[in-house]
Design a protein around this ligand. Structure first.
Ligand SMILES: CC(C)(COP(=O)(O)OP(=O)(O)OC[C@H]1O[C@@H](n2cnc3c(N)ncnc32)[C@H](O)[C@@H]1OP(=O)(O)O)[C@@H](O)C(=O)NCCC(=O)NCCS
Length: 168
């Protein structure tokens, strides 16, 4: 599947684009917080940060395929420590699931992190325990469970998974 990552800044148009994508994957919100996608989700996609990080540490992308917006990615460099890039969210429009878009998005993200952040050696993700299907995806991509659990105030703790950054 051919995808490109468009880096996007927070503005009215991009908040709306992110909101539409998030609303096109409603099962995610249901699984992790037990609710529908709130009207503030598009804005929160740009604003959410781990403790102690600033928006300068975070980069947001819209995933494009077949000339459409099909997903969102946000990544925070240097979390929880130098050398790690934390994927705050990778979410694909449900109509595009199971076609290789998620995998291709991660490959594109790895190329981008590798070329813009030479110090990064490891990717990090927190998978909410109730989002059972996501574990198969991350394991396929080489992520392993660290045993660490973090409470994010969602339905269940986040399972912290890591993968070495693949370069080239
Ligand atoms: C998780 C998500 C990003 C996967 O994207 P996708 O485009 O459907 O996945 P892909 O088609 O690229 O699948 C890549 C590989 O993962 C595997 N995979 C995907 N979903 C899987 C599942 N539920 N169980 C087991 N394996 C799975 C695929 O079989 C594929 O393996 P292959 O390449 O060896 O055939 C997508 O389902 C999504 O956006 N979910 C909602 C948001 C979410 O949960 N994000 C993750 C937060 S931690």
């Amino acid at each position: 599947m051919n995808v490109t990552l468009e880096p996007v800044v927070k503005n009215e148009k991009n908040i709306l684009r992110a909101q539409r994508i998030l609303e096109a994957a409603p099962n995610y919100e249901r699984l992790v917080s037990g609710t529908v996608v709130p009207p503030s989700a598009g804005e929160e996609f740009f604003d959410d940060l781990p403790p102690g990080k600033t928006l300068d540490d975070k980069v947001t992308f819209i995933v494009r395929s077949e000339e459409q917006d099909v997903g969102v990615i946000e990544v925070v460099r240097g979390w929880r420590e130098a050398g790690y890039a934390h994927i705050g969210l990778l979410l694909i429009d449900e109509r595009f699931h199971g076609r290789g878009v998620g995998r291709a998005s991660m490959q594109a993200l790895e190329r981008w992190v590798g070329s813009t952040s030479p110090e990064t050696h490891t990717l990090r993700i927190g998978v909410i325990e109730t989002n059972v299907a996501a574990f198969g995806f991350w394991q396929k991509l080489g992520f392993t469970d660290t045993g660490e659990r973090r409470d994010n105030g969602l339905l269940a703790p986040a399972v912290v998974m890591l993968s070495p950054l693949k370069r080239g």
